[in-house]
Write a protein that binds this ligand. Structure first.
Ligand code: 13P
Length: 334
């Protein structure tokens, strides 16, 4: 393992003014997104859509440091035969790959999930590296509800995240470690804070036990935020203040970067929260976005599957990328 090189890539992923495009929706998830805009989820439509994003010159060259791909996409070519991975590299961004294989019900723990995909992972990582991937992503899902999460669910998911991260580093790939505490419930921000603290502490404990080099990884956490169905929605400043307090308590300064998921926040909320956090600096790590929905909802709508809308889709994507790029420096204004 070359830790200097892993650290260089991790640092580039969270460079000021830039963040990560999460374009790694599984076939099931992208179908849901396409259904919402009335587009059939065929392999060529998925290719055309993602090619549109990766050819968005302004967004990709100025505001996007890396792109997380899904397995299908990393092997796809653009219409003119150029591998999509090459389009990303040519724009100056780093290609990455989602390597978990989704979630399964966790036995003995009703309503809880464990992320799977460790079998044969070393072999898959080798192939992805050859194809150009320099970082990977694995997402654990922790739900908040009555009596959950259990320590069992937190423990097995943290263990799997650390197993994945160690395998990545051994394959010279920077792991994005993503333990997502969902914002789907009616819990308040303080409950989210408490659960996220437990999840991050356990995750870093496992990373240490399994000898993962913190200097060669990126953390992708949720923010400390009110559940979507909570009657009392915490304002932007409270989300920013509590998220930074939580991260300072749980994330060692050796970690080069933190890149948030958007998790169902509106586009503008996701931008405003990141921006407000940068007003609380200086911070010990790079702090940016790794958004899926909050970067893609607007371009999906503008494109709506029509070739004549490609420029409009690219403009919408570039706009959101620019706003989040500004937020990653605390320079965004609503
Ligand atoms: P969202 O920003 O839509 O939550 O997606 C980010 C991601 O990669 C989730 O795993």
């Amino acid at each position: 393992m070359n830790l200097t090189e892993l650290n260089r890539i991790a640092t580039a992923m969270v460079a000021p003014g830039k963040g990560i495009l999460a374009a790694d929706e599984s076939s099931g998830t992208i179908k849901k997104r396409f259904d919402a805009i009335g587009v059939e989820s065929t392999e060529s439509n998925r290719r055309d859509y993602r090619e549109m994003l990766f050819r968005s010159r302004e967004a990709m060259s100025q505001y996007i440091s890396g792109v997380i791909l899904y397995d299908e996409t990393i092997w796809q070519d653009a219409k003119d035969g150029t591998p999509l991975v090459k389009l990303i590299e040519q724009s100056g961004a780093i290609p990455g790959i989602k390597v978990d294989e989704g979630t399964q019900a966790l036995p003995m723990c009703p309503g809880e999930l464990v992320t799977v995909g460790l079998d044969k992972l070393a072999e898959r990582l080798r192939k992805y590296y050859e194809r150009g991937a320099r970082f990977a992503k694995w997402r654990a899902v922790i739900d908040i509800g009555s009596g959950i999460p259990s320590m069992t669910a937190i423990g097995v998911n943290a263990h799997a995240l650390a197993r994945y991260a160690a395998l990545c580093q051994a394959a010279q790939i920077v792991p994005i470690v993503e333990p997502e505490v969902l914002m789907d419930g009616d819990h308040d921000i303080d409950r989210c804070y408490e659960v996220t603290t437990r999840v991050l502490n356990k995750t870093f404990q496992e990373l240490r036990v399994q000898r993962v080099a913190l200097e060669g990884m990126v953390l992708k956490p949720n923010m400390a935020i009110s559940g979507k169905k909570c009657a009392k929605q915490a304002p932007v400043e409270e989300v920013a203040e509590k998220t930074i307090r939580l991260l300072k308590a749980c994330v060692p300064a050796a970690v080069p970067g933190i890149a948030f998921l958007s998790g169902g926040q509106s586009d503008e909320e996701a931008t405003a929260h990141l921006n407000a956090m940068h007003k609380l600096g200086p911070l010990p790590w790079g702090l940016t976005f790794s958004y899926g929905r909050a970067l893609q909802a607007a371009p999906q709508k503008a494109w709506s599957g029509k070739a004549e809308n490609v420029a409009a889709g690219q403009n919408a994507f570039s706009h959101r990328a620019r706003m989040n790029g500004l937020a990653s420096k605390g320079e965004w204004q609503s």
